[in-house]
Design a protein around this ligand. Structure first.
Ligand code: IMP
Ligand code: MG
Length: 170
């Protein structure tokens, strides 16, 4: 693993992003994290949001698309519970990585069926070069090229989620 973003770089960027989110979002927003990849990011982001003066509610959804491979199979499934009673609520949907865009597009559609209010999207990592479905990402911590990464919640075949940094899997 070659380190791409150190724990210190991530912490500084999460703080700056939280300040940006706190300024832009309505006060009563709900943060919906996508499991499992966004769990670590969400945990740090909500505490950074508290320091920035925001106090979102937290929900999670669980999707699956990658299995054990590095390449997307293209099929996204809903595995976990969808948060109940989000009707009319402003939602910030948070994922770890936006790659082809399929996962976040699918999650967006699921949430819209629940008749939520306005929706914003946030990603720890964005890979714009890999996009196949155009989805607007409102808040991005880091934009990266076409590399496969792991750490800080993101995995390669379920490994490396525990790492405090983000590295390139070579
Ligand atoms: P998409 O549906 O193609 O946008 O893929 C998004 C999902 O694939 C992310 O939520 C990640 O879980 C996973 N993914 C995409 N790229 C990587 C990577 O470089 N490392 C680890 N997981 C990735
Ligand atoms: Mg994911």
């Amino acid at each position: 693993m070659r380190i791409l973003f150190s724990a210190g770089e991530i912490a500084a960027r999460v703080d700056a992003l939280a300040a940006e989110i706190a300024r832009a979002m309505p006060a009563d927003f709900v943060m919906v994290g996508l499991l499992k990849g966004a769990a670590v990011f969400v945990a740090d982001l909500v505490r950074a949001l508290d320091r920035a003066g925001a106090g979102p509610e937290i929900e999670f959804m669980r999707l699956s698309s990658y299995g054990l491979a590095k390449e997307s199979t293209g099929a996204v499934q809903l595995l976990g519970d969808v948060p109940a009673d989000l009707a009319g609520r402003p939602v910030l949907l948070v994922d770890d990585i936006v790659d082809t865009g399929r996962s976040i597009a699918y999650a967006t559609a699921q949430l819209r069926e629940r008749r939520i209010g306005n929706l914003w999207t946030c990603a720890l990592l964005d890979k714009p070069q890999r996009r196949e479905i155009e989805v607007p990402i409102d808040f991005v911590a880091f934009s990266i090229g076409d590399v496969f990464v792991a750490g800080y919640g993101t995995d390669y075949a379920e490994k490396y989620r525990h790492l405090p940094y983000i590295g390139v899997v070579e």
